[in-house]
Design a protein around this ligand. Structure first.
Ligand code: NAD
Ligand code: DAU
Length: 340
């Protein structure tokens, strides 16, 4: 019997991972721990029933006492550590919750995983830990590139990434790190660019594009990430690190144009250029050859297909996103997008 722990399983990628495991590994037992911050949402897991094969505990991964209480009753084979504070714009306003969740939370979880013993500890890191390349540069990040984060979110992700590396070096822990590009797909919180665009447009609002819109991101459909996470748990060597890229870099303004195109809307009336994000990272070009060469893991979803599926999902799941948009997110939106 394979029992897995998913941390942050009520968030965007975590809930997609729980759903993916339910579909593809029906005999696995899933144990989900999530603090249910503003980003955690039990509606992401609607239809997943608590029972012998799925359990949920609301709790903070930085709370060692709680963790050891709930862990003691289970034999966990794989840990998928996804719980984190994740939004760059929020980290630029207040870094403290990021330090607690991302650094302290990872340290506590690693210590407990070492005491309890696990077969694999997968840490969901990010391409942002490398820092960014400036416009015009032909630098590409490999797994050996130095970590040079440039915002509080990525600094805390890099801190946790290093804690995972030293857990392997010091204690021979079976840690595997994956540094992934920008995920997108169903159940992504509307604070992030793509769901913000979709839900704004569906409410007749404009899309706010930071700065010139020339910054680039590499979009990775969330199902591809889930598949890769399982492949890493099953086949990666302890102590290994892998980049995971998406469908290729594209400027933000081009992504916005693609969305408008799918939604058959005009650019002039629906885009608004606003003040730039402080220190806005230009782009994170990844070389992800290693994961394909060594583990035969490749991301398959083309951006146009993934976008169509995502637009379709948001169109059909207004009941999911409306309560978020109409809840406490309103205050954040008012402050962040006062120019709109
Ligand atoms: P998300 O913000 O949608 O979800 C994060 C989840 O973690 C939420 O459910 C939240 O309640 C939970 N959480 C936060 N702090 C917690 C704590 N202290 N204890 C327990 N639960 C806590 O994030 P996401 O986009 O799904 O990202 C998941 C992971 O993947 C994160 O580690 C993130 O850094 C990483 N990542 C994300 C992307 C992306 O594009 N979304 C890309 C690369 C890496
Ligand atoms: O690269 C991986 C990272 O991708 C993850 O580690 C993070 O958790 C995730 O949030 C994401 O970070 P980004 O900062 O790239 O994502 P975001 O959706 O916030 O922004 C994507 C791009 O769009 C970025 O260049 C900023 C821009 N943007 C964003 C918002 C919210 C806008 O132009 N307007 C906006 O309103």
């Amino acid at each position: 019997m394979t029992t897995v722990l998913v941390t942050g399983g009520a968030g965007f990628i975590g809930s997609n991972l729980v759903r993916y495991l339910r579909r593809e590994h029906r005999d696995w037992r899933i144990f989900n721990i999530d603090k249910l911050t503003y980003a955690g949402n039990l509606n992401n897991l609607a239809g997943i029933e608590v029972g012998p094969d799925y359990s949920f505990v609301q709790g903070d991964v930085a709370d060692g006492a709680m963790l050891s209480r709930v862990w003691a009753r289970r034999r966990i084979k794989y840990v998928f550590h996804l719980a984190a504070e994740t939004h760059v714009d929020r980290s630029l306003k207040d870094a403290v919750p990021f330090v607690r969740a991302n650094i302290e939370g990872t340290a506590v979880l690693l210590d407990l995983a070492r005491t309890e013993g696990v077969e694999k500890f997968i840490y969901m890191s990010t391409d942002e830990v490398y820092g960014a390349v400036p416009r015009g540069s032909d630098e590409v990040f490999t797994e050996d590139s130095p970590l040079k984060p440039r915002n509080p979110y990525s600094a805390t992700k890099a801190g946790a990434d290093l804690l995972c590396q030293v857990a392997h070096a010091s204690h021979d822990m079976p840690v595997v790190i994956v540094r992934a590009a920008n995920n997108y797909g169903p159940y992504q919180h509307p604070e992030k660019f793509l769901p913000l665009m979709l839900t704004n447009l569906m409410q007749g609002r404009k899309v706010p594009v930071y700065g010139t819109g020339q910054q680039m991101r590499d979009w990775l459909f969330v199902d591809d990430t889930c598949k890769a996470l399982v492949g890493l748990a099953e086949r990666a060597e302890p102590g290994s690190i892998y980049n995971l890229s998406g469908s290729g870099l594209i400027p933000n303004i081009e992504l916005a144009r693609k969305v408008l195109d799918v939604m058959r809307l005009e650019e002039e009336e629906n885009l608004k250029m606003i003040a730039d994000r402080p220190g806005h990272d230009f782009s994170y070009p990844l070389n992800a050859d290693k994961i394909e060469r060594e583990l035969n893991i490749r991301t398959e979803t083309r951006l146009d297909d993934g976008l169509r599926r995502t637009v379709f999902w948001y169109r059909n799941n207004e009941d999911w996103w409306r309560p978020i948009r109409e809840g406490r997110f309103k205050d954040y939106y008012k402050e962040q997008y006062s120019e709109l």
